[in-house]
Ligand binder design. Structure first.
Ligand SMILES: Cc1cc2nc3c(=O)[nH]c(=O)nc-3n(C[C@H](O)[C@H](O)[C@H](O)COP(=O)(O)O)c2cc1C
Length: 363
């Protein structure tokens, strides 16, 4: 309540990107309050524990990629109750992103439009930052790393660029997301095309085996994140490749480049639209993938989740776990706690003893 009535109005007076950067540094500076934060915000209940491939998540609510691109607050995120986080997108080259302004709030639509364009410190700097954390500080919840293509690299040379980042960050990620779906890097989404995606994933899985062999560890789970701006025949192609290349999960979905006509606030700002207007579209992708794979390929559902009901809808449509970003901006620090508590209530109502029993139950 305090967030929505007091803090959010103050934050929303500021430029969206400045407000975001300040919030992130504040969150990062709270890492020494680990125990009190967890006491305030984390819901610990074995019924929320889920497995996604080889990973065990203490609860199914994760932080979506793009909020903590440079791994600034890795130590603090568990304190806000997340079951897993995804940092990045990280690119091989450090890059400034697009000119500002490039992040816009649409409060009446409970949405954001961003065209940040993968602004980040680059793979080497982010690897050094993660290396400086102790294993214990990194490992409290699974940490995923979202990999994007550097802007200066052409699509035909994309594989080498992804591999550079993957290799640098290999020791520090519990899973890796191959991001071929952000709308703000020209040509990136071409990598969703069947043969290009197959080549890219093959190269990453080869490197995965090589790195696991060298470091005598397990191969890392590779997830693929897709856009909601394609028809389902293209989703079929992606599923085909994902299965043949032993992808551990599909994240559905990234922000949409379209849907502007449905907004209460008229705007033609280019970029990815996220939040409430994306909710139903993202869920339709989850439902489709779940049905097409008969539940055999784990799905991470993301897009417009604000409440427990929103998360439950995605889980029942087929998501094994979910992620939030825009919902965290609008709902504030209690968002994850409310969602997890609400999930327990909805599970009780429907007689599920573990959240995974609810997966796909409305498909
Ligand atoms: C400011 C902002 C930055 C984002 N950056 C990334 C990114 O770097 N990589 C990525 O895969 N998705 C990125 N996304 C997309 C989100 O991870 C998520 O897929 C999308 O916003 C839908 O979820 P939401 O409605 O909960 O925000 C970004 C979204 C926003 C709003």
């Amino acid at each position: 309540m305090l967030y929505k009535t007091l803090l959010r109005p103050l934050l929303f007076l500021r430029d969206p990107e400045k407000a975001h950067d300040q919030t992130l540094s504040l969150i990062s500076s709270l890492s020494f309050l680990e125990a009190p934060l967890e006491w305030l915000f984390a819901v610990k209940d074995a019924r929320l524990e889920v497995r996604v491939g080889p990973l065990t998540l203490p609860n199914p609510v994760g932080l979506a990629a793009g909020f903590d691109k440079n791994a600034i607050a890795v130590k603090t995120w568990p304190g806000f109750g997340f079951g897993f986080i995804e940092i990045g997108a990280v690119t091989a080259h450090p890059q400034p992103g697009q000119p500002r302004p490039r992040l816009f709030r649409l409060p009446k639509d409970e949405a954001l439009i961003n065209r940040l364009g993968f602004n980040n410190d680059g793979a080497e700097a982010i690897a050094a930052k993660l290396e400086a954390l102790s294993a214990g500080e990194r490992k409290r919840i699974p940490v995923g790393i979202n990999i994007g293509r550097s802007k200066v690299v052409e699509t035909k040379d994309a594989a080498a660029d992804y591999l550079f980042t993957f290799e640098k960050l290999f020791p520090f990620g519990d899973f890796f997301t191959v991001n071929v779906s952000s709308p703000n890097t020209p040509g990136l989404r071409d990598l969703q095309e069947k043969s290009l995606l197959r080549d890219l994933l093959q190269a990453i899985q080869d490197k995965n085996r090589e790195m696991a062999g060298k470091s005598k560890t397990q191969e890392k789970p590779i997830w693929v994140k897709i856009a909601p701006d394609m028809d389902f025949s293209q989703v079929d192609d992606i599923i085909d490749v994902a299965q043949s290349e032993k992808v551990a999960g599909i994240i559905a979905t990234n922000a949409t480049a379209f849907l502007r006509e449905k907004l209460v606030t008229p705007t033609h700002e280019p970029g990815g639209l996220s939040g409430k207007p994306l909710k139903a579209l993202a869920t339709s992708f989850i439902r489709y993938i779940y049905q097409a794979t008969r539940g055999r390929l784990p799905i991470i559902g993301v897009g417009g989740i604000f409440t427990a009901e929103d998360a439950y809808e995605k889980i029942q449509a087929g998501a094994s776990a979910v992620q939030i970003l825009t919902g965290f901006v609008y709902e504030g620090p209690c968002a994850v706690k409310r969602i997890n508590r609400g999930l327990l209530r909805l599970m009780d109502r429907d007689g599920f003893k573990n959240i995974s029993e609810a997966v796909g139950t409305t498909t």
